[in-house]
Write a protein that binds this ligand. Structure first.
Ligand code: PEP
Length: 256
């Protein structure tokens, strides 16, 4: 099996102006430099609001910090009369490596359909970024369909238009676990992650399924992260609230 580098991603959502963003990244860098654990075996990415990306990118480049930059969303359009949108090319130019697509807060709050999520993933790929495709069931879905059915359908739709060799990351985030303090159990996360990987085997091939990182997200903290990362099919975490505190996020990154 292809070894997969663990990935810990911090989604700041709509928090922190650019000065607060610089302060957080500086604190995080200090904390990680002091780390006993060699976190360099783990990839770490932060996903600030759009208005912070330039400041954070300049800081990362100047200090040669081993952090990757991610965006929280991307336009499905290449360019043109789309007021308020930010294109994949604009993000790539800022050395943004990843972009979330289909976060449940966008699916729910902005009515994003599976089709739009797929087009965003394609736009990100075409600009040279790696889409981080967020999938997950609501509490009602869970009751009605079980845990895996909705995430599997969302993943299938999101990668339908991507070329077979396109790289992407999957973040399994049960909607009921996001921001609720009620994380899934490691076993629940593993069960869905395994099903998602099996689906990748069917929709792509063994090599792509083995190489693709599948993260768990939803109320991850330094207290529970290791349990998720011990699961054979869970390759990292997408962290919301806990990524806003440098010390806590640093402990999560040093999850062992
Ligand atoms: C998220 O927003 O992707 C998330 C997982 O949030 P939290 O960690 O706060 O539940």
């Amino acid at each position: 099996q292809t070894p997969r580098t663990p990935l810990i991603a911090g989604n700041w959502k709509m928090h922190l102006d650019h000065l607060q963003a610089i302060a957080l990244v500086q604190k995080l860098a200090w904390s990680l430099k002091d780390a006993r654990h060699d976190y360099r075996q783990t990839e770490v990415a932060v996903f600030p609001p759009f208005t912070d990306l330039r400041s954070v990118q300049t800081l990362l480049a100047a200090d040669k910090l081993s952090l990757e930059l991610g965006a929280q969303d991307v336009s499905p359009h290449e360019s043109g009369a789309y007021t308020g949108d930010v294109s994949a090319a604009m993000l790539a130019k800022l050395e943004v490596t990843y972009t979330l697509v289909g976060h449940s807060e966008r699916r729910q709050g902005h009515g994003e359909s599976d089709d739009v999520v797929g087009r965003k993933a394609l736009a990100a790929h075409r600009a040279g970024m790696v889409p981080m495709i967020c999938v997950g069931e609501t509490a009602e879905d869970l009751e009605e369909h079980g845990a895996a059915a909705i995430p599997l359908a969302q993943l299938g739709a999101a990668i339908a238009e991507l070329p077979a060799d396109a790289d992407f990351v999957v973040a399994y985030e049960p909607v009921w676990a996001i921001g609720s303090g009620q994380a899934a159990t490691p076993e629940q996360a593993e069960q869905v992650a395994r099903a998602l990987r099996e689906q990748l085997r069917d929709l792509r091939d063994d090599a792509r399924a083995a190489a693709t990182r599948i993260l768990y997200g939803g109320s991850v903290s330094s207290q529970n992260v290791a349990g998720f990362l011990r699961q054979p099919n869970v390759d990292g975490a997408l962290v919301g609230g806990a990524s806003l505190q440098a010390d806590e996020f640093s402990r999560i990154v040093q999850f062992e």
